[in-house]
Structure formats: structure tokens, C-alpha cells
Design a protein around this ligand. Structure first.
Ligand code: KG4
Ligand code: ZN
Length: 334
């Protein structure tokens, strides 16, 4: 078996990333250029600006990724790209770049699902044992996905309103913390001496779905109440109460689903997998249940192109390629 290289491109939101991955799982380079500083002053990602920034950086990042990998363009065997879901204008930049490259190098093009990327980031650190249950928590997604077999996904639960990361970011904003607020709320929750008890949205007894808008509203209501009474806002205790509610619900539902579907492994992924509280609780619960847990290192949890290569590699292995008609899709099912 001769070595092969997949070059992957990810531009679904506010990160421009290009990676070169050898033999499916050996990351030679994974360059990520974040636009966060640009979007921060608007308190969130501005789609129009994101697209323009991707256009400005894509060729530079591409060259950087090839140079860092020490692999010439002639040794690229396939080009993978995030096809969706995401901001359509942002996705389009990556898709057009990938098509041009595949055409110029005369190699296959592989369109990839962003969430499959987050899930298969775990391939880069260990072997996945099926059936596996993935808890996908990011700024745009909150899903419990059962991987029945390689590349066979079944969504068993999803958020009915805000994604976890989105709720973190909104709570952070209400507490006047900078964007993206997840890491700040996480840090404050760790530092807090006490917690303000907040509700948990369990939904129907047998449901694996999530809801975080009520929890977010409870935080806002507490801030308003304090403001009306002229009391100081107990930001740390609120962050702790919010985080405890989130951790309780997501980890309890993930463990229950893992049991019900007979998962041999639990995978944690997406940007919110960087959360210290969620990591710690899942590690504890999985140890108790003797359920193996895989969690990628932080750099592979947030948006990056190496995870796209890891997912595309499964398609590469069975020769599942796309044509140059590949379209960027804001909504795309797994
Ligand atoms: O996966 P990601 O990079 O982008 C999406 O595809 O959405 O996730 C970004 C999200 C943001 O909402 C950010 O606030 C959140 O992940 N996040 C965190 C932490 N680090 C990042 N949320 C909670 N705790 C953290 N430590
Ligand atoms: Zn993502």
C-alpha cells in the first residue's frame, strides 16, 4: 500500500483552514486562520465579512499548509472540502477553491459533511469501535449521533432551539464577556464559589432532544431582576449555575443513549468539547460505566481542516468521489 495524501479545506464559518493528511489519519499540517478578532466587535459572526475574509486568506493558507507538510502539489491524491452545513457564502469559497485545485491537479474531489468532520476528528486520535455514540456540541450544533457502522449515521437527538455553544455565547454576551463567550463562561464557572440554581430542560422522559433557550432566558431574567433591584450581578454564580445545568443534561442524555443503543464507545466532539466541565463529567461517568471515551485535543475540537480529511478518507477508501458540480449547501443532512 503506497502512501497517499488528502488535502482538505474547511471554510464553513469563521475559520479558514487547510490541512494535509497522510494515509487518512497522519496530520502533516493543519493550518487554521481564525477571523474571530474581526467579528468580535460585532458580537458574532457577520456572514458577509466571513466570506470576504475567506477569499483573502484561502490561497495564503493553502500555500502555508503545503509548505508545512513538506508535500508538493504533485503528491496530493485527493482534495476534500466541507460542502455544508454552514454559511453558504463562506462554504462557497472553500468549494470553489477545492474544485479549482482538483481540476488543476487532476485528482478526485470529495465533498464532506461538517458534522461528519467533527465526529471523525476522533479517528485522528484513536480507533473508533462501532456502534459508537457521538455527542456533538458546537456553536451551530447539538446532536446525539449513533454511528451504526463506518459512515452510517443516525441522529437520535438534537436541539429544538439554541445549540449549546450558541447558548454559551448568548449568556456570555448578557454578562458583558467578549465573543466567543464559551471559554469565558467555562472559566468563570470553574472559579465560582457557589452557583445560582437554574432549570434543566429534560423534555419528555424518553426524549434525547435538547432545549437551551429556557435556560438562557432564566439567566437573562436573573440579570434583569438584579438590575431592577439595584443588586450586583452575581456573574460567577450565574456562570456556574448555567454550566451545571448544561453539563447535567447533555452528559445524562448521552450516557442514557449510549446504554440504550449498546454503544461500545462514546465520542465527544465540536467546539464545546473544549469545555472543562463537560470533559471532566463525561470522563467520570464513562469510567463508572466502563465505557471507553474518545475526546480530541482542543485544536481538533474547534473547526479545522484535518477533521474534514479524516472524514473524507472514508469516502476515499471506497472511491466515493464528487464531480465538479458539487454545490455548497447551507443545510445538509448527515
Ligand atoms: O465547533 P466550533 O469551533 O464552531 C462551530 O462549528 O460552531 O464551536 C464554536 C463554539 C462557540 O460557541 C464557543 O463559544 C464554544 O464553541 N466554545 C466553548 C468553549 N470553547 C469554545 N463553549 C463552552 N466552553 C468552552 N470551553
Ligand atoms: Zn464546527
Amino acid at each position: 500500500n503506497s502512501p497517499y495524501h488528502i488535502l482538505a479545506i474547511e471554510t464553513s464559518c469563521d475559520e479558514t483552514s487547510v490541512a494535509v493528511v497522510k494515509n487518512g489519519t497522519e496530520v502533516l499540517s493543519n493550518v487554521v486562520s481564525s477571523q474571530i478578532d474581526t467579528h468580535r466587535r460585532f458580537g458574532g459572526v457577520v456572514p458577509e465579512i466571513a466570506s470576504r475574509k475567506h477569499v483573502e486568506s484561502i490561497t495564503v493558507i493553502l500555500e502555508e499548509a503545503l509548505a508545512e507538510a513538506g508535500v508538493g502539489p504533485d503528491r496530493i491524491d485527493a482534495v476534500a472540502v466541507t460542502q455544508g452545513p454552514g454559511l453558504v457564502g463562506a462554504l462557497l469559497v472553500g468549494v470553489v477553491a477545492a474544485k479549482s485545485l482538483a481540476l488543476a491537479l487532476d485528482v478526485p474531489l470529495i465533498g464532506t459533511h461538517h458534522i461528519a468532520g467533527h465526529i471523525y476528528a476522533n479517528r485522528l486520535i484513536g480507533e473508533i469501535r462501532y456502534p459508537a455514540l457521538a455527542l456533538v456540541v458546537s456553536g451551530g450544533h447539538t446532536e446525539l449521533v449513533l454511528l451504526e457502522a463506518e459512515g452510517r449515521f443516525r441522529i437520535v437527538g438534537r436541539t429544538r432551539d439554541d445549540a449549546v455553544g450558541e447558548a454559551y455565547d448568548k449568556v456570555a454576551r448578557a454578562l458583558s464577556l467578549p465573543y466567543p463567550g464559551g471559554p469565558h463562561v467555562d472559566r468563570m464557572a470553574q472559579e465560582a464559589e457557589d452557583a445560582i440554581e437554574l432549570p434543566r430542560a429534560w423534555l419528555e422522559p424518553d426524549s434525547y432532544d435538547f432545549s437551551f433557550s429556557g435556560l438562557k432566558s432564566a439567566v437573562l431574567a436573573e440579570i434583569n431582576r438584579a438590575n431592577m433591584k439595584g443588586e450586583p450581578i452575581r456573574a460567577h454564580a450565574l456562570a456556574r449555575g448555567f454550566q451545571e445545568s448544561v453539563i447535567d443534561v447533555v452528559t445524562t442524555k448521552a450516557m442514557r443513549a449510549a446504554r440504550e443503543f449498546g454503544a461500545s464507545q462514546l465520542l465527544l466532539c465540536g467546539g464545546v468539547a473544549a469545555n472543562k466541565g463537560i470533559r471532566a463529567r463525561l470522563t467520570e461517568l464513562c469510567a463508572e460505566a466502563a465505557l471507553p471515551l474518545l475526546v480530541p485535543p482542543l485544536k481538533l475540537c474547534t473547526d479545522n481542516a484535518a477533521m474534514i480529511a479524516a472524514a473524507a478518507d472514508l469516502k476515499w477508501r471506497c472511491g466515493q468521489f464528487d464531480t465538479l458540480d458539487l454545490k455548497a449547501e447551507a443545510q445538509l443532512s448527515l
